[in-house]
Design a protein around this ligand. Structure first.
Ligand SMILES: C[S@@+](CC[C@H](N)C(=O)[O-])C[C@H]1O[C@@H](n2cnc3c(N)ncnc32)[C@H](O)[C@@H]1O
Length: 242
């Protein structure tokens, strides 16, 4: 399982390239791929770094209820269906397989959990290794040239859904997976936002400033970019002035 960074092909690590070059079959997990930018980055990475022939097996994600009444149960059921699909894709393939994971596999990605589910079913056995990648949280911090937390303080990494439900805590908060501009629900003149979309990709867009001052600008810009490209990926850091 190879973390490939959050979009910039130059942020693929030497370790990831070495691992990719051992792979005979890549399993590409997608949703019938509407996010063409992501497919393009993955293809560019393979084109740039592979030095021998390889096979690609596409795996289409089973559909998922995005607004379920019981989020945890629904996601667990979806993971079961996904891991079953993964298991049948693995069956019959010998040699070294590889899965390219966006960013780092340890952050808001379920591939590791699904691999474990496949192994838990005991219908097949394989060994696997995880190669870390640059996460979008790191890419955001680097592009804004900011430390993710105050001196000696913690940083909270969460989703848009949870930010809306729980509000902003006392410390720094990184928000991912937010299709709803959940920062609009946060009040306070003392909140600063560092926002980034398509980090490392040609449409990379950065906006930073006091939240009340830049909130509308981010909402507008995000909508324009999403309309133009048909998809968007964005992430942001929120922090109250100390
Ligand atoms: C399913 S999570 C995967 C995160 C990934 N494993 C990582 O380490 O960054 C997808 C979320 O990551 C963030 N993200 C990933 N790549 C990004 C990028 N290039 N620009 C902005 N946000 C990104 C967005 O918040 C997006 O909703």
């Amino acid at each position: 399982m190879i973390g490939i960074g959050a979009g910039d092909p130059d942020q693929v690590t030497v370790q990831a390239i070495k691992a990719m070059r051992q792979v005979e079959t890549f399993f590409v997990i997608g949703k019938g791929e509407t996010k063409h930018g992501l497919v393009a980055v993955r293809t560019a990475i393979l084109d740039q770094h592979m030095d021998r022939p390889y096979r690609i097996v596409s795996i289409t994600d089973p559909p998922r209820d995005r607004t379920p009444a019981d989020y945890v149960d629904t996601v667990a059921g979806w993971h079961d269906r996904r891991s079953a699909v993964l298991e049948s894709a693995f069956a019959g393939v010998t040699g070294v397989g590889g899965i390219l994971v966006w960013g780092d596999p340890a952050l808001y990605d379920s591939t590791l959990r699904m691999i474990q589910r496949v192994l838990d079913r005991r219908a097949m056995h394989f060994d696997y290794e995880v190669i870390p990648g640059v996460t979008s949280a790191q890419a955001l911090a680097a592009r804004h040239r900011v430390v993710l937390h105050g001196v000696g303080e913690p940083v909270h990494v969460t989703t848009g859904r949870r930010l809306r439900a729980e509000g902003l805590g006392a410390h720094s908060t990184v928000v991912m997976l937010d299709g709803e501009c959940s920062f609009t629900a946060i009040s306070g003149d003392d909140v600063h936002i560092w926002w980034g979309a398509y980090l490392g990709m040609p449409d990379e867009t950065l906006i930073e400033g006091p939240l009340p001052a830049v909130c509308d600008q981010i909402v507008r810009r995000r909508a324009e970019l999403r309309d133009r490209n048909g998809w968007i990926m964005d992430i942001y850091l929120l922090r109250r002035r100390g």
